[in-house]
Design a protein around this ligand. Structure first.
Ligand code: ATP
Ligand SMILES: Nc1ccn([C@@H]2O[C@H](COP(=O)(O)O)[C@@H](O)[C@H]2O)c(=O)n1
Length: 669
């Protein structure tokens, strides 16, 4: 997951390949609660690991459920038949609506002393219609802040279940879902009827609820979309094992991607289309109908059991007018597809967007306008006009702590003007798809020249590695420690019984060309063996310096170094990053510090790692290494002509990082 303040998406040119999607949030949280309410143990496979499911799991543990998490498989022993906790419990629900609503209902029907709180936005999301319905059936619920909104306190109910229970259906279908999941707890000896007031929105989500209730032994009788009867004698039963389908709303971004992005001609037939694993056209999730809307706009879609394949069809896409009541979440993706259409697109019946993680109509309108689009909006509709080539503007997309806004606008990086797009707070995707951007980068492609590189070259112990890795972490970029490649090459050569001299140049180059090296965090592995300590010694540095003089060895390592240039960008440190390996890098820094300072830093570094060291001999060694690096004929250590010089002798690490980020901001404007 990218936990950076922002993520700069370089201009992307196409996409092809396979993505496996995480489990559906709606199904995951329903299944978790149902498993907790029933008797017996349920093994849940392919559960989504996200903020919302973690909130639900934490709450279930607080209630006393036995929960065992093993990757995406979770084993839950339900509370059915057990005593519910009598002590007061405070639940923190974050911004997880799919946890807050059904849990409130279940707790209120079951009774106890429970407080439910969330983040500030959760306290702005209406829950009054659910509370009214629960009060109607005798639940005791108090508002602890504003009337109609969380936080809430739930006490012991006096249930009156003989009359139909009215619930509003026109604000959020989650209220009805919450009642449908809670009321079987009280239907042992009588049937319970729920009556929907107003036109029910988001019906497909109710279908998911009914479908899952059936899996847990509750056969709800649906009378149109107005009345739902939970039969007398209903009792939750564990299905034993259940698989969570991949999220159909998450699929929408990759369906749209297949419709928008050209393939990769360099890969022939392999370079065409996007294949989505984990959900197919026969999904129980209503949002799967997004595929019909995408097809109407031009996408070519085929499907099989648990998979979809999407290719670009009509191009530009076709503008459409659509009632989106049946696909409220996925419909946001249509708003970004609309930018690539041949005419305006109007999405209607989307009032629920206004009360989601943020006011999504306003968010989609504001951020599309930043890109240059003309957008009109009303209380429950939005019209987006296409954004022709030549009119796209550089934008920093605000994401409003809303995962869907972030994922939608990532698709703007395929714009015809090849303008990069900044996504603020990319970690908000954790709500449903923590590795969304990684998945996007695994199928997106662009010219290497579009992938930004920042080079940091300089003499030994000037702080290149420290600076480069910290800047990389701030930007979410990959990091290449090219010195480590020379160190590993020297290590491998010595292991193979070679000398580090010109006599063995060809053999060392052969080793370097196929170096089985892997980086895992701070660890360096050669042939799966951890060689970190061996190569990081001063002797390791000297050995690297010897092999690095050999031109054939340098040449042999070029392709490996280039392979680090991957989306979304690269920080490369070494001696010739800016002069030879990435001569077109957008920013080159030549980092120096006085020899005395560098010897002092290296001394501190070695002592802190438990090595003994002498500052004078360290200084002599590093000066000898610098002299060799600067005087060799192949790619000597020298600043690139267009490098910015940074002497950090009297700068802190933080100051150096801030300086480079400042230069980078200047370049990215
Ligand atoms: N600006 C700075 N101020 C103080 N200490 C620093 C600064 N930059 C780096 N250091 C410290 O100096 C030591 C050497 O830094 P680092 O290993 O990053 O250098 P390097 O240039 O990558 O070295 P080499 O080329 O030998 O790999 C580290 O302990 C690091 O914490
Ligand atoms: N691009 C590079 C990087 C390193 N070298 C040589 O490797 C030695 C070790 O590098 P460190 O950055 O890990 O200290 C270094 O002294 C250079 O001789 C290189 O030539 N080119």
């Amino acid at each position: 997951m990218f936990s950076t303040a922002f993520l700069d998406l370089p201009a992307l040119q196409g996409a092809s390949g396979t993505v496996t999607l995480p489990g559906s949030k709606s199904i995951s949280n329903r299944v978790l609660l149902l498993s907790a309410l029933c008797q017996g143990t349920t093994v849940v496979h392919d559960l989504l690991d996200s903020d919302d499911t973690r909130v639900m799991l934490a709450a279930l543990r607080q209630l006393g459920c036995d929960v065992l998490v093993d990757g995406t498989t979770v084993t839950i022993t339900g509370l059915g038949g057990c005593a519910w906790p009598r002590e007061a419990i405070e639940f923190f629900m974050g911004n997880a609506g799919t946890a807050m609503r059904p849990l409130t209902a279940a707790l209120a029907v079951q009774g106890g002393d429970f407080t439910l709180k969330g983040v500030p936005r959760m306290h702005e999301r209406p829950i009054g219609d659910l509370v009214d319905a629960l009060r109607e059936l005798g639940c005791t619920i108090d508002y602890l802040g504003n009337e109609g909104y969380p936080p809430l306190r739930v006490r012991q109910p006096t249930l009156q279940l003989d009359k139909p229970i009215p619930v509003r259906g026109d604000v959020s279908s989650q209220f009805l879902t919450a009642l449908l999941m809670a009321l079987p707890l009280a239907a042992q000896d009588r049937a319970i009827t729920i009556e929907v007031v107003g036109e029910l929105i988001s019906k497909p989500y109710i279908e998911i609820t009914l479908n899952l209730l059936a899996r847990y032994g509750i056969a709800v009788e649906r009378q149109g979309w107005e009345r739902f009867v939970i039969p007398a004698g209903s009792r939750y039963q564990s299905p034993g094992t259940i698989h969570v389908e991949a999220d159909a709303s998450s699929a929408s971004y990759f369906i749209a991607l297949g419709a928008i992005a050209a393939g990769d001609p360099s890969k022939g037939s392999q370079g065409k289309g996007i294949r989505i694993q984990g959900v197919g056209a026969d999904s129980i999730q209503g949002d799967i109908r997004f595929m019909d809307a995408a097809a109407q706009m031009g996408a070519q879609i085929t499907s099989g059991p648990n998979w979809l394949e999407i290719n670009r069809g009509a191009w530009p896409l076709k503008g459409i007018t659509l009632d989106c009541n049946h696909i409220p979440d996925a419909a946001m993706t249509l708003a970004v597809m609309a930018l690539y259409a041949d005419g305006p697109t109007t999405l209607r019946n989307i009032a629920s967007w206004r009360v989601k993680e943020t006011d999504r109509i306003a968010a989609m309108a504001n951020e599309s306008r930043k890109l240059g689009a003309i957008v009109e909006e009303g209380p429950d509709w939005i019209t987006i006009h296409p954004l022709p080539a030549g009119q796209w503007q550089r934008a920093s997309i605000h994401t409003y702590d809303d995962h869907r806004v972030a994922m939608c606008f990532s698709l703007a990086a395929f714009n015809p003007d090849q303008i990069p797009v900044r996504i603020e707070d990319p970690k908000c995707v954790a709500k449903t798809f923590p590795d969304y951007f990684e998945a996007l980068f695994s199928v997106a492609h662009t010219a290497a020249a579009n992938i930004p590189v920042i080079c940091i070259d300089g003499p030994t112990a000037s702080g290149k590695g420290t600076l480069a890795s910290r800047v990389a972490a701030q930007l979410g970029y990959h990091y290449l420690d090219s010195g480590a490649l020379y160190r590993v090459t020297a290590h491998a050569a010595l292991q193979a019984g070679l000398t580090l001299e010109a006599a063995d140049e060809a053999k060392i180059a052969d080793l370097a060309r196929q170096l089985p090296v892997r980086f895992e965090g701070e660890q360096v592995l050669l042939n799966n063996v951890d060689v970190t300590d061996a190569i990081r010694s001063e002797q390791g540095g000297m050995n690297a310096s010897k092999v690095s003089v050999l031109p054939a060895v340098r040449e042999a390592l070029v392709a490996l170094q280039h392979s680090f240039r991957r989306l979304p960008g690269l920080l490369a440190d070494g001696r010739d990053m800016g002069t030879v390996i990435f001569p077109n890098a957008a920013l080159k820094v030549f980092l120096t510090a006085s020899a005395a300072k560098r010897a002092e830093r290296r001394h501190k570094q070695l002592i802190s790692k438990g090595f003994s060291a002498n500052i004078e001999s360290l200084r002599a060694d590093l000066e000898a290494r610098d002299a060799r690096d600067m005087s060799r004929s192949a790619s000597p250590l020298q600043p690139a002509q267009d490098a910015l010089q940074l002497d950090n002798s009297s700068l802190s690490i933080e100051d150096s990082v801030a300086q480079v980020l400042d230069w980078w901001q200047g370049k990215s404007r």
